[in-house]
Design a binder for this molecule. Structure first.
Ligand SMILES: CC(C)(COP(=O)(O)OP(=O)(O)OC[C@H]1O[C@@H](n2cnc3c(N)ncnc32)[C@H](O)[C@@H]1OP(=O)(O)O)[C@@H](O)C(=O)NCCC(=O)NCCS
Length: 167
């Protein structure tokens, strides 16, 4: 069962756990051609598939998907998952912007807040991610948030950072 987590953020963005009412919006972002090509499973998803994922997700306590709000509007999502409580590490990802919120720095700031949350609330020490090597926009965003390249394989770049010490 998933623990309850209070919304968090800064003066610009607020992150709160995804709820059933967010499924339609998050699915529409995920299914955009420009967005889904950047995910490892890039096929179109139906609402039923997305809802099935959500139901399984709700049972997990190592997987947290946040919707990002700015000025009361949904502007995107960000996630930490595969939490390994023993090694205090996890993967971050599923970063997506709503088309109307794109290019405004919301996901940049959400990424920073997510890393802070991982350190301060989940007590993780290290987070990593995978990004396609041609996804320059996402790669730059991660670099600006302190992630450094660790490895390249199969067209992907693995990047990681400690949760503390780099801002
Ligand atoms: C990757 C993705 C989430 C980035 O979203 P975005 O809205 O373009 O990103 P942001 O605007 O939050 O941040 C990036 C830009 O904001 C800029 N920015 C940073 N702080 C800012 C601020 N305070 N105000 C305004 N802009 C700011 C950054 O410098 C960056 O600009 P640059 O790319 O010109 O250097 C989005 O392109 C997307 O959904 N892509 C499809 C899915 C995807 O690729 N996900 C990642 C998979 S690994």
């Amino acid at each position: 069962m998933k623990r309850s987590i209070s919304p968090f953020g800064n003066e610009s963005v607020r992150l709160r756990l995804i709820e059933e009412k967010d499924l339609q919006a998050t699915l529409s972002w995920r299914n955009r051609e420009e967005a889904r090509v950047w995910f490892k499973s890039s096929g179109l998803l139906s609402y039923e598939q997305h809802r099935g994922w959500f139901q399984r997700y709700q049972e997990k306590d190592d997987d947290f998907l946040f919707v990002v709000e700015a000025d009361g509007n949904l502007v995107g999502q960000a996630s930490v998952y595969g939490v390994d409580w023993n090694t205090a590490s996890a993967e971050v990802g599923r970063f997506l912007v709503a088309p109307e919120g794109a290019g405004k720095g919301y996901i940049h700031r959400a990424c920073g807040e997510l890393v802070r949350f991982c350190g301060e609330v989940l007590n993780l020490q290290y987070v990593f991610l995978e990004v396609f090597e041609h996804n320059e926009r996402a790669f730059r965003l991660y670099q600006q948030n302190g992630f450094v390249e660790e490895q390249r394989y199969d067209g992907l770049i693995r990047m990681g950072r400690r949760t503390a010490g780099i801002e």
